[in-house]
Design a protein. Structure first.
Lengths: 215, 259
């Protein structure tokens, strides 16, 4: 379903990534680990299609969502418009119930700047899942949050992934995050970076049935 | 001491300060007119009322005011559109920037008068030449401001719009234009102020209608009162445009910052 084949990625003369190959099934969850500065975020931007200047080929699904390190909202549009403008297929009603789900339905008419950082994260998460993505890409999504908020967001993300079942690629430094959101680990190492280890823990995909007790 | 205290206390009431400031200018005018004691050099403010009423009643003032306003609009719209497009391209594409930057420097430093005279000489003493001269004077300015705006666009928002496959039109309207809005507002502000002054020069030199033409006419008659009547009427109109169109639209696009 997803095939990543990055033969070479360089910035200027400096080669950053080399010979990174892996495949993913639908619904498979992967954490990309490795020392900081190794090129994890660079790889993520290639996979998400933000950066297209590289040698190789990446086959990705149509519907991708991304959760960035920052919320990256449209500060000049209302909270509900941040969903409906990004996903034109989503009606206002559906957008409102997505906000309801995140516990920020009462903020729908406010501007993102009027929300707390935690609420902005929830909005970013709502936006990611509103498009029913086949692939969810997360770039150190909770790195700047305090432990309590991070835990809250992590639990919410866990539930949403279990329900919607997208393939997930997560870049993180936190073993706890990697452990709770993903089943497979890719470790990048070397310079230029390549896959040092590819390890699957438990079932390849998060099986929705496991979470039926929540319904 | 008391006086400076009173002055600094007045700063809490900006409207009062503005009104007092304008009042002081008026007092200065009255005093100067009293000292010269010659209405043909500097008439008293109230002495302008009769010629103003007469020019309004005869239809001359509204007609020339209308012509100048029309030229301002005709020059403002294309100057903003062309300037914004060029500035945006220069801000986004380094190659375009490198090629066009020297042109920008040349046109920014070309005196307005030179452009006006050349347009009249090359195109002829007509409306097209007048409008083109004003547009050419303003485009480099708008382009310079919008280039800064385009350079400051947030790459994260662009990445977000790309990943979520926002349509081009939605991207322009909801992602790019709101980021450029402060720069567009700034360019429009300074644009309108500069354009009407250049339009007056254009009319002065080669048109047979408009405030500039009328000022030229009364200049030749040494009629200071009528020169002031026309000039002040147009300043009044421009203040109205500022208060009724520019400021409210700026407030509207800035709403999210203050909410």
């Amino acid at each position: 379903m997803i095939t990543v084949d990055v033969r070479r990625k360089a910035f200027g003369g400096e080669e950053v990534l080399s010979d990174i190959r892996f495949e993913m099934e639908a619904g498979e969850t992967i954490a990309i680990l490795g020392p900081s500065g190794i090129g994890k975020s660079t790889l993520l931007r290639l996979i998400a299609g933000i950066d297209r200047a590289f040698e190789g080929e990446i086959i990705r699904p149509e519907k991708i969502a991304m959760v960035f390190q920052e919320p990256v909202l449209l500060p000049w549009r209302s909270v509900v418009e941040n969903l409906t403008l990004v996903h034109p297929g989503l009606g206002t009603q559906a957008a409102l119930s997505a906000l309801e789900r995140m516990g920020i339905a009462d903020k729908a008419r406010l501007f993102p700047g009027q929300l707390s950082l935690g609420q902005q994260r929830r909005l970013a998460l709502a936006r990611a899942f509103a498009g029913r993505p086949d692939l969810l890409v997360m770039d150190e999504p909770y790195v700047s949050l305090d432990p309590a908020t991070a835990e809250e967001m992590l639990a919410l993300t866990e539930t949403l992934i279990a329900e919607a079942g997208p393939a997930v690629i997560l870049v993180t430094h936190s073993d706890a995050e990697a452990h709770r959101l993903t089943r497979r680990r890719l470790r990048l190492d070397g310079r230029p970076a390549t896959i040092a280890r590819d390890l699957t823990i438990g079932p390849a995909a998060v099986i929705p049935e496991m979470h039926h007790d929540r319904a | 001491m008391d006086c400076s205290f009173a002055l600094s206390r007045m700063l809490q009431y900006p409207a009062l300060v503005r009104a007092t400031s304008v009042g002081l200018l008026l007092v200065l005018w009255i005093a100067a007119a009293g000292l010269t004691a010659d209405a043909s050099v500097l008439p008293q403010p109230w002495a302008l009322w009769a010629p103003f009423a007469e020019a309004s009643a005869s239809g001359a003032l509204p007609y020339h005011l209308g012509m100048t306003l029309w030229r301002v609009v005709c020059a403002f719209v294309p100057a903003m559109a062309i300037g914004a497009a060029i500035g945006f391209l220069m801000g986004r594409m380094p190659a375009v920037d490198q090629w066009l930057d020297p042109w920008l420097v040349v046109f920014l430093n070309l005196p307005a008068l030179v452009l006006i005279v050349l347009c009249y000489l090359w195109i002829g003493l007509n409306e097209t030449a007048a409008i083109i001269a004003v547009v050419l004077n303003k485009v480099p300015n708008v382009a310079t401001i919008l280039r800064e705006g385009a350079r400051a666009l947030d790459p994260n928002l662009a990445a977000m719009a790309g990943v979520y496959r926002m349509r081009q039109w939605a991207r322009l309207r909801h992602v790019i234009l709101p980021q450029l809005a402060p720069f567009i507002a700034g360019a429009a502000r300074s644009g309108i102020a500069v354009i009407w002054k250049i339009v007056l020069v254009v009319e002065f030199l080669g048109r047979s209608s408009g405030i500039g033409f009328q000022i030229h006419f009364y200049f030749q008659l040494f009629d200071v009162a009528m020169v002031l009547v026309y000039a002040l009427s147009f300043i009044g109109v421009m203040l109205l445009v500022e208060a009724l169109i520019l400021q409210p639209s700026e407030r509207r696009v800035r709403r999210w910052r203050t909410a």
